[in-house]
Design a protein around this ligand. Structure first.
Ligand code: SF4
Ligand code: SF4
Length: 381
């Protein structure tokens, strides 16, 4: 297990400061030594949706550009890409690239992915997902760099390096995965499978401005001032989650990674270059916890009942909804109807994947924790 993570201070997105921070973060973990002149390096960035950099939904272009420049200086051919939740085609991605400021990466010598093919692959070592659909530009690359943003996440509690690689699955095919892997455990294992299949050579986190609250798209930017790097995406996530007050048991991908021996049980057992404690914030606004196991609902009947009554669910805020239908398009369970310019969710059909919350452009859907669940947590404490 590689448990090395580095963390360095970066106060803002000034290009020179970001470059220096990246160089400092990369040095103790072997930097870009894996790069050979002429090789193709795919930089898998988090471009969840078309969003201005200051909203902290996507990786900041200054970090993308600085990392690309360092790779180009090593002689690599660099391709920057992602496949967000919409269609995986030139028209959609061109709007996302422009809206997220990815032209900065082009100025740094990289190209933006224009190969919208994908392939079926088998992964015999997988725990959950032995058959996957993966975008071709990642399969064709000699090396993958995973460049993520530190954010809260409606379904997974936290998104960092591991969850970022879900963008390797092409566009709308992702909704099928939400339907196929419905429990947190299954979904977490599927995400770890993808990460282990792709095996990025390097993972880097933009934690300069993170996102708290209603993440991954409707939350609030929050200063952390950190750039982080690791050769192990799960170790990076364990450290980043620790900064915002989460441990491995709070995050399904970390639980799954720990079960497989990919990370130690807690952040204090990582080999950290830098001081995590200097970056940790105690009041980071998190997503309401969704775990039911802690209440001891082990039988299937009571477990299902508990899930119905206690589990967090998406709630539409009527005053913010404009009836655009983006949530309906993203829903894998066909649980959303638009009536009188307002989204309505059928609770019986809903599988609580929170794709609607993720893709609502107006932040009109939030993760709601039922009163009974909040009450039970209080009495448990
Ligand atoms: S995506 Fe958001 S704004 Fe659009 S219909 Fe759904 S809830 Fe309303
Ligand atoms: S309503 Fe939202 S949370 Fe429920 S299944 Fe559809 S997208 Fe997922």
């Amino acid at each position: 297990m590689n448990a090395e993570v580095s963390i360095v201070r970066c106060e803002d997105y000034d290009p020179k400061r970001v470059r220096e921070a990246l160089l400092e973060a990369l040095a103790p973990i072997g930097g870009l030594d894996f790069v050979r002149p002429g090789m193709t390096v795919a930089v898998k960035v988090n471009l969840l949706t078309r969003a201005k950099p200051e909203r902290a939904v996507t990786v900041h272009p200054a970090v993308v550009a600085a990392l690309c420049a360092l790779l180009v200086e090593r002689g690599a051919r660099v391709v920057v890409g992602d496949s967000p939740g919409g269609p995986f085609n030139a028209a959609y991605l061109s709007a996302v690239y422009t809206g997220c400021g990815m032209n900065d990466a082009v100025r740094a010598g990289a190209s933006l992915n224009d190969d919208f093919g994908f392939s079926d692959v088998s992964f015999s070592e997988a725990v959950a997902a032995k058959e996957l659909q993966i975008t071709d530009y990642l399969l064709a690359a000699d090396a993958i760099v995973d460049l993520c943003k530190v954010k809260t996440h409606g379904l997974m509690a936290f998104t960092g390096a591991c969850k970022n690689l879900f963008g390797a699955v092409p566009g709308t095919r992702k909704t099928e995965y939400h339907y196929r892997y419905q429990s947190h455990e299954a979904f977490g294992n599927m995400l770890v499978d993808i990460a282990e299949f792709l095996k990025p050579c390097l993972s880097v986190a933009d934690g300069v401005i993170a996102m708290e609250g209603n993440g991954p798209s409707g939350g609030t930017p929050r200063f952390l001032g950190a750039v982080m790097a690791s050769k192990n995406p799960h170790a990076l996530d364990l450290a980043a989650a620790h900064l915002i007050g989460l441990n491995k048991d709070d995050v399904p991908t970390l639980r799954a990674a720990h079960m497989r021996g990919l990370i130690p049980e807690s952040a204090d057992k990582l080999a950290v270059y830098g001081e995590l404690s200097e970056f940790a914030v105690s009041d980071f606004k998190l997503i309401p916890k969704q775990r039911l196991e802690s209440w001891g609902f082990k039988s299937k009947i009571f477990g299902n009942l508990a899930a119905h009554v206690l589990a967090s669910r998406p709630l539409v805020y009527k005053n913010a909804c404009v009836g655009c239908g983006e949530c309906k398009n993203a829903c894998p369970a066909d649980a959303i109807a638009i009536e009188k310019k307002l989204a309505r969710i059928d609770r019986e059909k809903c599988v609580r994947c929170f794709c609607c919350q993720e893709f609502c452009p107006k932040s009109a859907i939030q993760v709601h924790r039922p009163f009974t669940a909040r009450l039970m947590s209080r009495s448990k404490k």
